[in-house]
Design a binder for this molecule. Structure first.
Ligand SMILES: [Zn+2]
Length: 506
């Protein structure tokens, strides 16, 4: 027990009687509040840098910003070059540390359509406060000094995921200025192509596994549970995609001249897709769900998540959910087969009276640990063949068109596999303890999130367990115009990360 004097830009806080490694709920609250305020210029500066990974020069600006930010905080940087954007590894050792924690941060952001943002630019952050009618009022940036928790900063990547980067840097500053030294070493891996699906990551992790070697991985990304309570997520589904095309006449034909005569590819594709699922949304291709079973212990974990299904349905405006699982958490423990887009001919103002030449569906298959992605993809492919199709991985030739009634082009890509970490793993126990101390109650523990993050290369190649620590508000419009970050979440995110930095790892 001792007293600490904590200095932060002119404010001196005297915090008495800190426990153990120097952290109490009260001290974490005071530190995170004070340091959140001093960090806003840094948050603003970071959000000011365009970060669409389609533009390599913009990405280079982000890489350099991160290099400076971590160097300033005592880290040594290594650029891991790839054929496109580099990955950045920042490393800091601490005295007496036995273990190493690898932290994953995402720096790039989704593309922007500036015309749909209610502000000058998605890269010029705007402070806004909510009005009673649900609209937002823009405030002068300097008002942020006296922010309220429900005010928000609107900018691309405010939540996904530069906000968490600023939180982490701020937590490092708060820790450094108040003698909180992690009892583990830190490695921070920064990904600049996450929104492109991290195409270089699996190979880079394989080639640099020595450099990235760690005992566990934590990921500062994603939104908390919809209740906005502290959350830990122990897994995520993987993702693969299929492109499926069916064919009609070689070029579109007049529907008057050839209707009733030339077969329609859109109808064929519709029937083919419809043959894959029943009326309650379950895949009926035999074997698709093989290997996944929810035992009573798992069911109790899933049911402990405080989902309000009526609220979810109300938000989605759907009457009845698909019946793959009996409730939301159970549904996302299974692989999914989803039509993410379809195209044939033209619609709306471009509609015309034709029989289209082709029809295409883009599918995504979300993966779980129990299901081998190649097996799932092959099941779908074999199903297409079993419906009488000649299945090709390219466009058909004239000879093939003349010789076969039904032809489909089927191509696929497996992006990355799922990961899942046990609640009782050392990383799970450690993080749960840190968050429980910080917030006075156990966090919401989610077995697996439905969406995908490119973490499996770390988990499988480095053979380490991974847990996601989400911090941002769920209604943040990520990937859409008017992305935002709730400032209460920003402050609590700093507090969460500070608690983790101070939590002893045994
Ligand atoms: Zn994203």
């Amino acid at each position: 027990m001792k007293n600490y004097i904590i200095k932060c830009t002119g404010i001196f806080l005297l915090l008495g009687h800190l426990m153990g490694h120097g952290q109490t709920r009260e001290s974490l609250d005071e530190l995170s509040s004070a340091y959140a305020k001093t960090s806003f210029p840094m948050l603003r500066e970071l959000l000011n840098i365009p970060n669409d990974a389609f533009y390599p020069t913009a990405i280079e600006d982000n890489v350099q910003w991160c290099e400076k930010a971590f160097q300033k905080r005592g880290f040594s940087n290594t650029r891991i070059s790839t054929s496109t954007a580099p990955l950045l590894l920042a490393e800091r050792k601490h005295p007496g540390a036995q273990q190493t924690v690898l932290v994953y941060l995402q720096v790039d952001g989704q593309p922007v359509d500036s015309t749909r943002w209610f502000q000058e630019s998605p890269y010029i952050p705007v402070l806004k406060k909510p009005l009673p009618d649900g609209s937002w009022e823009a405030l002068p940036w300097d008002d942020i000094a006296n922010y309220e928790d429900n005010w928000r900063v609107f900018a691309r990547s405010a939540s996904d995921a530069k906000g968490p980067i600023a939180m982490f840097l701020t937590a490092l500053d708060a820790a450094a200025n108040s003698d909180i030294v992690p009892n583990y070493n830190l490695k921070v891996i920064m990904d600049f192509e996450e929104e492109l699906g991290s195409p270089q990551l699996p190979r880079a992790v394989k080639e640099h596994s020595d450099l990235l070697k760690a005992d566990m991985l934590i990921i500062f990304d994603g939104p908390r549970h919809i209740t906005n309570k502290p959350t830990l997520t122990f897994g995520a589904r993987g993702i693969s995609t299929i492109t499926l095309t069916t064919y009609g006449p070689v070029v579109p034909q007049h529907s008057g001249h050839f209707g009733n005569y030339a077969p329609n590819p859109a109808l064929r594709l519709s029937k083919l897709l419809a043959s894959m699922k029943d009326d309650v949304g379950r895949v009926i291709i035999p074997g698709f769900y093989d290997g996944v079973s929810i035992d009573p212990a798992t069911a109790s974990i899933l049911k402990a998540v405080p989902d309000d299904e009526a609220q979810i349905k109300d938000r989605l405006q759907i009457k009845t959910a698909d019946s793959v699982g009996r409730y939301y958490q159970e549904a996302i423990q299974y692989p999914s087969l989803n039509i993410r887009g379809m195209q044939s001919g033209w619609i709306d103002e471009k509609v015309r009276t034709i029989i289209p030449g082709w029809a295409r569906a883009e599918l995504d298959v979300r993966l779980v640990l129990e299901t081998d992605p190649n097996r799932l993809i092959n099941l779908v492919k074999e199903h297409v063949a079993s419906e009488g199709y000649l299945v090709l991985d390219r466009e058909p030739t004239k000879e093939e068109r003349l010789a076969h009634d039904k032809i489909a082009t089927f191509t696929h890509e497996i992006s990355y596999q799922s990961f899942r970490t046990s609640f009782d793993s050392p990383v799970g126990i450690w993080l749960r303890s840190a968050l429980t101390k910080a917030f006075g109650e156990s966090p919401i523990m989610i077995r697996m999130s439905g969406g995908s993050i490119p973490i499996s290369p770390f988990v499988t190649t480095l053979d380490i367990p991974a847990v996601t620590v989400p911090t941002v508000n769920r209604d943040n419009n990520q990937h859409s115009p008017n992305e935002n970050l709730r400032l209460g979440n920003y402050r609590e995110g700093i507090k969460t990360m500070l608690a983790i930095l101070g939590e002893e790892l045994n």
